[in-house]
Design a protein around this ligand. Structure first.
Ligand code: BG6
Length: 482
């Protein structure tokens, strides 16, 4: 594999994301030879760590995620890490960072290539972007920036952040991470849709009745109450992950699999995104908030959450497009915390083709994303010795050994950044459309709040509030996964 020379600067080097995801992923890429002798990583954060302390952290992070590690390799790998204590508002710290990056560039022959990774609290993204620009941190080779979500908290703030970033980076050099796009089963959507005539030929609004996307989590907000209060389920999960999944399900067939063609097909679809009216939001959207139990806190009792918070921990709703293969057809989604179990899945619900055998069966194509990985289609036959339809699932389920071979989403996406493949990253034009939709829903909910209408409360470890089963357009629709 081609060795890519680079100095990478991670803002948030002492954080949870760097520890759990970035360091183990970088080690795997190192073992594969994508980065080798010509790379250095500068971890920055406020804490007064030393290089050695960071290197120990990197080793620990790798040990925690790998069962067998070549200790010599790990030691050499960790020796490429440097720590710089950094206050994101202090100009002098950017000057020090710049000279350290230059020094490491010379030492490791990194050819002036830089990757900046924003892995810290989102409220600092704008400030960092500004100082990367005014302190001229970019160099003479390639300069790429990787940015975590959330990218703004509405269209206006996203636009401002985008301006701050584009002062130093072109759109092609901005990698807005959505870790769902690195997931194996999400990357399976297009091959599933496009390669088998049985599936490809039914992927349209005359055969599909609706599509359902469920991203259910069993955990509550845990220690992230402060962040979650500024976000809620709509901004945390729908604005990014759910919209990207829906886009892959509903977009027209791309001309080829290049990043350019994939994004062009996405954009063609998103240009026809229907922004729901207040009446449609009232009818087809539900927001919920979890209650407590003997062993768990209610959302309003969680740390850093207001006692009268109206932040939603659950949302169900509907998305529609004017164009594309499923134009006009409802795409329902729901996501929430403290639901019955962790389950991310997509159900493509097909229309009934015949009433000869009654209406009791439904025919679905299902993609299970997490925690296991499966694709199956329902097929119908007759029951033995009794009337009625026998339903069986035809499909495949990843074996445990196969699951173990699937790279972590972050490893995939980081590799893409190194090799400059933007296919699985969010482009600005896509993001703008997502925000337009989210802003409309948020505005309607603000009005509801003012009218004293709060999120529906739901008991933990259920599938959200009861009202979520009433968002459908017709009485014959229901959640396939109950
Ligand atoms: C993150 C959200 O983007 O995705 C979290 O901020 C959520 O709130 C997480 O828990 C879910 O990701 P996954 O991969 O566990 O389904």
């Amino acid at each position: 594999m081609k060795n890519i020379p680079v100095v990478m600067i991670i803002f948030g080097g002492s954080g949870d994301l760097a520890h759990r995801k970035l360091y183990p992923a970088l080690f795997n890429l190192y073992e594969q030879g994508l980065i080798h002798d010509n790379f250095a990583v500068i971890g920055t954060a406020r804490r007064p760590w030393t290089n050695d302390f960071l290197r120990d952290q990197v080793s620990d992070a790798v040990h925690e995620t790998h069962s067998a590690v070549n200790e010599n390799d790990l030691k050499t790998f960790a020796s490429h890490f440097y720590y710089q204590s950094h206050d994101v508002t202090n100009i002098d710290h950017y000057k020090t960072l710049k000279s350290l990056a230059q020094e490491l560039d010379d030492r490791y022959s990194a050819q002036g290539n830089r990757i900046f990774y924003m892995a810290m609290a989102p409220r600092f993204f704008g400030t960092i972007a500004e100082h990367i620009n005014d302190q001229h941190l970019t160099s003479t080779g390639f300069n790429r920036i990787v940015i975590e979500k959330p990218f703004g908290r509405d269209l206006a703030s996203a636009e401002k952040l985008n301006q701050q970033i584009t002062a130093s980076f072109t759109e092609d050099d901005i990698f807005r991470i959505d870790h769902y796009l690195g997931k194996e089963m999400i990357q399976n959507i297009l091959p599933l849709r496009l390669t088998n005539p049985l599936i490809k030929n039914v992927w349209n609004n005359s055969t599909i009745k609706n599509i359902q996307v469920t991203l259910a989590e069993q955990l509550g907000v845990e220690a992230r109450g402060g962040y979650y209060e500024t976000s809620g389920a709509l901004r945390d999960m729908v604005q990014n992950h759910i919209f990207q999944i829906i886009t892959l399900l509903a977009m027209p067939e791309p001309e080829d699999l290049s990043s350019k063609s994939i994004h062009a097909a996405k954009q063609e679809l998103l240009d026809s995104l229907l922004i729901p009216s207040e009446a449609e939001i009232a009818r087809h959207f539900v927001r919920g908030q979890y209650l407590g139990s003997d062993t768990t806190f209610a959302y309003r009792q969680e740390a850093n959450v207001a006692a009268d918070s109206t932040t939603e921990t659950f949302v169900a709703g509907e998305v529609k497009f004017k164009q594309g293969p499923v134009a006009g057809m409802p795409i329902y989604f729901r996501t929430g915390k403290e639901m019955r179990e962790k389950k991310s899945r997509i159900d493509i619900v097909l229309k009934h083709m015949s009433n000869l055998y009654g209406q009791a069966h439904s025919n679905n194509i299902t993609i299970v994303i997490d925690p296991d990985m499966q694709i199956y289609i329902t097929i119908n036959g007759q029951k033995i010795n009794e009337p009625g339809i026998r339903r069986e699932n035809l499909g495949y389920h990843f074996a445990k050994e196969e699951e173990a071979q699937v790279p972590d989403g972050y490893e995939r996406l980081l590799r893409d950044v190194f090799v400059n493949d933007a296919t699985n990253f969010t482009q600005w034009n896509e993001l703008k459309k997502f925000w337009l939709f989210i802003d409309a829903v948020e505005a309607a909910w603000q009005k509801d709040n003012q009218a004293g209408q709060e999120p529906a409360q739901y008991l933990p470890y259920r599938m959200g509030p009861r009202a979520a089963s009433e968002i459908f357009e017709s009485a014959t629709e229901r959640w396939i996964y109950e």
